[in-house]
Design a protein around this ligand. Structure first.
Ligand SMILES: NC(=O)c1ccc[n+]([C@@H]2O[C@H](COP(=O)([O-])OP(=O)(O)OC[C@H]3O[C@@H](n4cnc5c(N)ncnc54)[C@H](OP(=O)(O)O)[C@@H]3O)[C@@H](O)[C@H]2O)c1
Length: 328
């Protein structure tokens, strides 16, 4: 067996080329650790923010929080896993863009369907757990409620759209390119809006009979935030969960009052899955939804691990639809 395995690190932040391929030595797994031979790794938008410096992090830093692969080794205290099991893991210490990954056992989830494609599982995990908490943990959504989902054809977006429609929610979904509309319709989005061409606030008003959205899923930030506030109905919830166009800044309590006693939150999947029991619960529900055919994971953009920089370029340029995955 080789003495080392390859992984990406970032020693200085910047353009995708700062992703540096390095070699790391294998070591003994700690007593509560699992060593996974990665088969597929999700490329999530947050990875690009860490790499570029948009989200400040101590350097050097590994990249990627989630992956799917085969258990090759584990420590003496690890139970309920065997060598050869296919697992998905989510661990909030960067380092999944790698051939191998050491992960604490309580961040590892044995896939209930061992024959599920690792690419699909990797496309599902981080984004699917995000969609899970967004759809089920923030507001008790009811049949007929309206929700606004930005970047609806993206990785989180397409899963969230399906989760919401499964709950009976009417979904207005935005994209910036007309070419993404057909994908949105395929995954059940009721009212696609192409942002440069149509007013998404007017669309929300129209389809909710003037009531506004029960939840606004804001994942663009500064560029859309002001108008998104106008989309929430009375007692509506604004969920600001992503800022690719920049931090939207402060919101005054007076604004929340005047716009209809609104609620606002800036959540992260890190917090909603911090407890191992929550991680497990979310992963169980996610993979059950996939097995039952309620969620389809769209992976159109796959790259070899060593083309991680190209994957970053494409996702930041808004060129991708669905989940982006590196194949190891
Ligand atoms: N808080 C959390 O728990 C959490 C967890 C996971 C992800 N996120 C956030 O959720 C969002 C989606 O994540 P993802 O990994 O699935 O990415 P993604 O949606 O696959 O890709 C990002 C999409 O955002 C839009 N976009 C990118 N840059 C933009 C810009 N400068 N201005 C306006 N729109 C831009 C583009 O869609 P269009 O051009 O079609 O609009 C792009 O396809 C990201 O903002 C991410 O940071 C948050």
């Amino acid at each position: 067996m080789n003495k080392t395995y390859g992984k990406y690190v970032v020693n200085k932040t910047g353009a995708p080329e700062v992703l540096e391929w390095t070699q790391e030595e294998f070591r003994q797994s700690a007593s509560n650790e699992v060593r996974v031979r990665n088969e597929a790794v999700g490329v999530d938008f947050i990875d690009t923010m860490i790499r570029s410096g948009q989200l400040p992090t101590a350097l050097p830093v590994g990249i990627g929080f989630a992956g799917v692969g085969i258990v090759e080794d584990f420590g003496t205290e690890v139970r309920n896993l065997s060598k050869g099991d296919r697992v998905a893991y989510m661990y909030f210490v960067g380092g999944s863009y790698a051939e191998q990954r050491y992960v604490p056992a309580d961040r590892v989830f044995k896939l209930p369907d061992q024959s599920l494609s690792p690419v699909i599982a990797a496309g599902a995990l981080f984004r699917g757990l995000t969609a899970w908490y967004l759809a089920t943990r923030l507001r008790d959504l009811k049949q007929g409620d309206t929700a606004l989902v930005h970047a609806a054809a993206g990785g989180v977006g397409l899963i969230l759209v399906q989760w919401l429609t499964h709950l009976g929610v009417k979904v207005v979904g935005t994209v910036h390119e007309k070419t993404k509309v057909s994908t949105l319709l395929t995954y059940g989005c009721h009212y696609p809006v192409v942002i440069p061409e149509e007013d998404f606030a007017a669309k929300v008003k129209e389809v909710s009979d003037g009531k506004g959205a029960a939840v606004v899923y804001e994942s663009i930030g500064a560029a859309t935030f002001g108008k998104s506030l106008d989309c929430a109905g009375r007692f509506g919830l604004i969920v600001s969960y992503g800022w690719p166009s920049g931090d939207p800044g402060e919101v005054s309590l007076m604004t929340l009052r005047n716009k209809g006693s609104l609620f606002i939150t800036r959540p992260t999947v890190t917090h909603y899955t911090a407890e191992p029991a929550d991680f497990r619960c979310g992963a169980t529900e996610l993979f059950r939804m996939i097995k039952e055919g309620n969620l389809r994971i769209h992976v159109e953009h796959k790259y070899p691990l060593r083309q991680a920089a190209k994957a970053h370029e494409d996702i930041v340029a808004g060129k991708t639809v669905g989940s982006v995955v590196l194949v190891v």
